[in-house]
Design a binder for this molecule. Structure first.
Ligand SMILES: O=C(O)CCC(=O)C(=O)O
Ligand SMILES: [Fe+2]
Length: 437
């Protein structure tokens, strides 16, 4: 939920300009379409993402002109989704001459089209996620849902700075941690989009009870993924430690139009190759994923996809009540995800029009803000990865985040991040005395 916004363009000093050229304007240009869509979504919540993108393209990327035009239009009704049971009939069978991972059937997804996935086998085969349906005993899922529906009555929309505007997230949320000490740390030491969290809560009884189950299931799924997709070897920079959730973002989507725009989750406090366990309750919604293709790669050449930021097509994973989605280590660096607005939903017997989503996360000690670089604004810097340029693709860097703080300009701080094979930061980071913002 936290990363579908990015900072304002920063000014470069001559000293760091050369360094920044190595990342080849990645952070400045990155996400610009997604940011514009997030902004338009926030201003026009009744329009779906595809319509917003069409309008944006028709107005040469101008948010202002798009917004004016949308004000005079009615949302388009989408045609109904035709659900298929399994995607196996849409895949190309291996030739039989290939061996190893290339034996995987290829998905015939069209650029710009959305393929709907329901079957756990399809999801694990074609996306960086796996899913467990009917995860909790039904009565436990209902107790957790009831508890969080009550909590969500006091959730708020997150507001953030986007260019020179303050916009709010198109759904509400809150953040839960295990102890009062962690609660204080979250309020006074951690920074999200350049701001402090104001609503941090102590974990509730049902959330706490379910955490252990999620932990065990996610660890089993990680082991299975490594075995089936990576020949038994974890990814470079993936932590070898058992995944141990110590924080949870809880989101509430009240009605079909509430959504979250395209984003990757921030790795600043989770470290590289993070795994996230995401439990859905209440109304079924579509979780869309798309691979991020470097803008300058052949697959994204102007003739191929001038129309679409999404060169490979979107995959929509359907998340019913009581399903646990595991976003694996391949996900945040290479894919983006969103919850798209829906034209219609099936009300849930307990939740009505609402969907509750819990993302359990493992905040790592070596990524506590006291252990990561601070810039001259004295704000913990943000960890990002080069996604949209093939030069330096996949390289991590720390950068200033102050551009997201209302009234502040960001400094020019930029530093390539170095990790050992297990994803721990290497070398002493330039620590500075901490100061509240
Ligand atoms: O609601 C969901 O399933 C996803 C939420 C999400 O992407 C997030 O909290 O970062
Ligand atoms: Fe997310």
């Amino acid at each position: 939920m936290e990363a579908f916004v990015t900072r304002k363009k920063r000014k470069s000093s001559p000293e760091v300009q050369q360094e920044q050229e190595h990342e080849a304007s990645e952070p400045d240009n990155e996400d610009s379409t997604d940011i514009k869509l997030a902004m338009l979504s926030s201003l026009h919540p009744t329009f779906d993402q595809e319509t917003l993108l069409d309008f944006l393209l028709a107005h040469d990327g101008s948010v202002k002109a798009t917004s004016q035009s949308l004000r005079q239009s009615q949302p388009k009704k989408k045609s109904g989704v035709v659900a298929q049971k399994s995607l196996r009939s849409y895949t190309v069978a291996p030739t039989g001459q290939e061996s190893g991972p290339s034996k995987k059937p290829k998905l015939l997804s069209r650029k710009g089209a959305t393929m709907h996935l329901f079957d756990p086998e399809d999801i694990s085969q074609h996306t960086p996620c796996s899913i467990i349906h009917n995860f909790l005993p039904p009565e436990d899922a209902n107790s957790l849902l009831l508890e969080l529906l009550e909590e969500s009555k006091t959730f708020e929309k997150i507001t953030f700075k986007l260019f020179d505007n303050v916009v709010s997230s198109p759904h509400t949320s809150s953040f839960y941690v295990g102890t009062y000490d962690e609660l204080d740390q979250q309020k006074y030491e951690y920074v999200y989009n350049g701001a402090r969290l104001t609503d941090v809560r102590k974990i509730t009884p049902q959330l706490g009870k379910v955490k252990e189950r999620v932990r065990d299931a996610v660890n089993r799924e990680i082991a299975e993924r490594i075995r089936t997709h990576h020949g038994g070897k974890k990814l470079k920079y993936q932590s070898p430690e058992p995944w141990s959730p110590n924080a949870a973002f809880v989101n509430c989507y009240n009605g079909p139009q509430e959504s979250v725009g395209w984003h990757s989750d921030q790795l600043t406090y989770l470290g590289p190759r993070a795994v996230i366990g995401s439990l859905s309750l209440g109304v079924t919604r579509e979780f869309r994923v798309r691979r991020v293709v470097p803008k300058d790669s052949p697959a994204d050449s102007p003739s191929e996809s001038s129309h679409n930021p999404d060169a490979e097509g979107q995959l929509a994973i359907h998340l019913p009540h009581n399903s646990l989605l595991i976003m694996h280590a391949e996900m945040q660096e290479e894919w983006k995800h969103s919850i798209s607005p829906a034209t219609a939903i099936d009300p849930h017997p307990i939740a009505g029009n609402r969907r509750i989503n819990i993302t359990y996360r493992d905040y790592r000690e070596s990524f506590h803000p006291r252990n990561t670089p601070r810039c001259s604004c004295d704000i913990p810097s943000v960890l990002r990865v080069v996604q949209k340029k093939s030069q330096n693709w996949g390289r991590y860097f720390w950068m200033c985040h102050a551009g997201n703080v209302p009234g502040k300009e960001s400094c020019t701080f930029f530093q390539w991040a170095e990790f050992d094979d297990d994803g721990n930061p290497i070398g002493k980071q330039p620590a500075q005395a901490s100061k509240t913002m």
